[in-house]
Design a protein around this ligand. Sequence first.
Ligand code: PMP
Length: 343
Amino acid sequence: MFELEKLARKNVLNLKPYSSARDDFKGIASVYLDANENPYGTLFNRYPDPHQNTLKQKISAIKKIPVNQIFLGNGSDEPIDLLIRAFCEPGVDNVLIPQPTYGMYTVSAEINNVKIKTVKLTADFDLDVESTTSAWDDQTKLIFLCSPNNPSGNLLSSNRIRKILETFKGIVVVDEAYIDFTHVPGFIPLLGQYPNLVILQTLSKAWSMAALRVGMCFASQEIIALLNKIKPPYNISLLSQKTAEDGLNNEITKNEWVAKIIQERKNLAEDIKKLRIVKKVYPSDANFLLVKVIKAKEVYQKLVECGIIVRDRSNVVLCEDCLRITVGTEKENEALLNELNTI
Ligand code: PMP
């Protein structure tokens, strides 16, 4: 039986969140003298909606999930941090992070003085259910699963994720930042089935709005309420809210970008495979490729010298001699291939 009260930090459960007078009287007043704003001036003189209601309604319609099961953060990096702060007692609790994966889970845990347990993914970067289930202990509050995984690019097998959801007593965070580049629905349809499931998505990738910093977190109403309690009151600026609302009207264009990127991913993978220095191109369900090359550090450096920046992942576990390459435009990919050809 999943009991949020037993899992969340006591101080978080007990605290009284900051509330602005605007929360209590929104829409019914005509004179706002409560927030020490400047009554003159720009379009930006008033604080933005702390609950981002209009934006959430748009996301709710697209993702088919009720508004009260949506939390929006300053990028998905914010809910990663808030989840750790909501559930992990510093110096006591720990998080479990199968490796290799996105680096911010570790950084956020370290910032919060929360211990980290790691297990390795399998050689083909899938979950090793046995080693994962034997790695957690009574103090493990969160497991971070990234699917499609960064930096490997593959989806984790959904049966294995479900196995973890069914056996782990804490929160399972499934980070689906790259879900739009796959052909699977992801875990949103399963939210009702698993009270310990938290899903992260973002407007930074397929939706092409990385600069706005809007990350999405989907979970039970109770978990979302907990995150709302501890977030900074106005965590998403008015400009970001409004621009994201407009951007979400372009779903057809988003789908066209995604289709192009998937096609380019295929072309780029085929072309890269032919290069002399390339040992392996890993299959990708994301908008990047993990590529094993001969002498990755040297290749990386040579690319830097001609103004092309990829990500050197060669020091990362299971990624020896690997570079992570974002799929760019046809022209950018061509420039990359031309340089790689000369190495
Ligand atoms: N999750 C994963 C797996 C990522 O790769 C990234 C960014 N590279 C993020 C989350 C952060 O995304 P955001 O821009 O929403 O903070």
